[in-house]
Write a protein that binds this ligand. Structure first.
Ligand code: ADP
Length: 495
């Protein structure tokens, strides 16, 4: 080292010189900044640590006034320090700020002692300065953390691994009613109901293993004896070497959430009850409606046999048409209630779906002369196992919808294709179409697209039934559509 080279060889000196050399070596090698100055403030020594701290070399500093490193607004501190030193007193751990050569401010802790000459007269001062930036940052950080903890609406407390409370914030005072003075130093069982003490053993066990506990819902005891439902998060607290020394707890009062959850639960139950009642009513109403409808139908048929005049016959046919519509609506409602009650049963017989489709197309074409339905089939036979009547119901439903929702177009296409997995059937119209965001809902019970189709009457159950029937045959139903251009409803059934 350069400085060592200047030092005289120890051992070749007298004891006084030896001591002096030793001190010089210590000063040169210490991490603390050591500076000396005269009572007038002229710097007389400046060690390597001072160079590192303030950026001035020994050569630049010695002979300069100490104000070299004192920020202008702190000049009167110097008068105070020199005043103390002149009286022969030490200034210990004086926290202040000094300015480095590059202008940065260095927070330091200063200890200043008088220097006496051999006659005991005070001739100057020695200063030891220690950089406390890190300490300052840590203290500031601790201050911010303490302020956060104190102002938090959540209860935050800490405890040792033995369960002794070590901190207790304002929210904890509010939640439990114990003041900080009453709680700190006490065992955490202060707020644990007797029948839940074993929870603490579990929590501490987890904390010791270094585990966190999140959102543990439990009850804690307030000073006034009331029980508070809380959600608890507990984390291990470690010292600067990483050793677990305690636990921090954050507790949130969940009484309100619990009450609202209970209320939601009650509402849900109520809703379920109402829904069951509605299903019951629909089942009963459709059943009751069905009986008179069947007899009206019978009487109308009898009447038809006995009528010879054209005009009343026409009226009669219209009445029969309306009756048919009403009957199919009631049938659909009845089916819905059967689905809800899990009582919709299906036959399991082999049938040729091509024939079923042909029949359905024939039936609908016959009663809807304003539309032309063309059947495009790549096959003439395709045997499926299931309920032919229900599958026909699906096709009729899709065809009826194609007619109802395409009042201004003439053409309707029906496609049948088959592959090794099964058969695929599509009904295509050139009508009003369905917006893409509505497509996913159209198979839901009672769902109706509420824009252009407001003119078309319906209950929103036809597609729901189709979906149920196809799904119960292990198939799949879906729709492709473009508003204004038309829709194609597809379903696929396995063999
Ligand atoms: P609805 O009796 O109301 O027609 P559906 O369950 O058969 O009940 O159909 C549900 C909704 O899907 C209808 O209200 C209609 O908005 C829409 N929809 C069904 N088929 C078509 C179609 N071919 N073209 C356009 N919209 C359709």
């Amino acid at each position: 080292m350069k400085d060592d080279a200047k030092l005289p060889q120890l051992g070749a000196l007298d004891p006084f010189e030896e001591k002096h050399a030793m001190l010089a070596a210590i000063i040169a090698s210490t991490d603390d900044t050591i500076i000396s100055k005269t009572l007038e403030g002229i710097i007389t020594s400046w060690n390597p640590a001072a160079e590192r701290m303030f950026g001035y070399t020994e050569r630049e500093a010695i002979g300069q006034h100490i104000t070299l490193i004192i920020p202008p607004e702190r000049l009167d501190e110097e008068a105070f320090i020199i005043g103390q030193v002149a009286k022969g007193e030490k200034v210990v751990h004086f926290e202040t700020v000094r300015q480095a050569k590059n202008g940065t401010m260095v927070p330091i802790s200063l200890t200043v002692s008088p220097i006496h000459n051999s006659e005991g007269k005070i001739i100057g001062a020695s200063k030891i300065a220690r950089d406390i930036s890190d300490q300052k940052i840590a203290a500031e950080r601790d201050g911010v953390l303490a302020a956060i903890v104190d102002s938090s609406d959540d209860t935050i407390l800490s405890k040792t691994l033995d369960g002794i409370i070590t901190s207790w914030n304002k929210a904890a005072v509010k939640m439990f009613g114990h003041t900080e003075a009453e709680a700190v130093g006490k065992h955490i069982s202060l707020i644990i109901p007797a029948d839940r003490l074993n929870e603490e053993t579990f929590i501490i066990g987890e904390v010791r293993k270094g585990n966190k506990i999140d959102h543990f819902q439990t009850l804690r005891l307030a000073k006034n004896g009331s029980l508070i439902p809380i959600s608890l998060s507990v984390s291990p607290v470690t010292d600067d070497k990483g050793k677990i020394i305690g636990a921090s707890k954050i507790a949130r009062d969940i009484s309100k959430e619990q009450t609202s959850q209970q209320e939601i639960g009650k509402l849900y139950e109520h809703l379920k009850e109402l829904n069951a009642k509605k299903d019951e009513f629909i089942a009963l109403a459709s059943h009751e409606l069905k009986t008179p409808l069947t007899s009206i139908n019978g009487y109308l048929q009898l009447l038809e046999l006995h009528l010879s005049q054209e005009k009343p016959k026409d009226f009669l046919q219209r009445a029969q048409q309306q009756l048919k519509k009403l009957t199919s609506l009631v049938d659909e409602l009845l089916d819905v209630s059967k689905i809800e009650a899990g009582k919709l049963h299906f036959a399991a017989e082999d049938f040729n779906i091509c024939n079923v489709a042909k029949d359905a197309v024939g039936l609908i074409s016959h009663t809807n002369t304003a539309h032309s339905i063309t059947l495009h089939s790549t096959i003439s036979e395709c045997i499926i196992k299931g309920d032919a009547h229900r599958i026909e119901q699906v096709i009729i439903n899709l065809l009826t919808n194609a007619i109802r929702y395409a009042p201004d177009s003439y053409q309707i296409e029906v496609y049948i294709t088959a592959d090794e997995h099964g058969v695929k059937l599509g009904v295509k119209d050139y009508g009003i179409g369905i917006a893409s965001e509505k497509l996913e809902h159209i198979f839901s019970r009672y769902y109706r697209v509420d824009d252009d189709n407001a003119k078309v009457s319906g209950l929103g159950i036809g597609l729901y039934l189709c979906h149920e029937i196809v799904t119960r045959h292990n198939g799949k139903i879906w729709a492709e559509s473009e508003p204004g251009k038309g829709s194609t409803f597809w379903f696929r059934l396995p063999y």
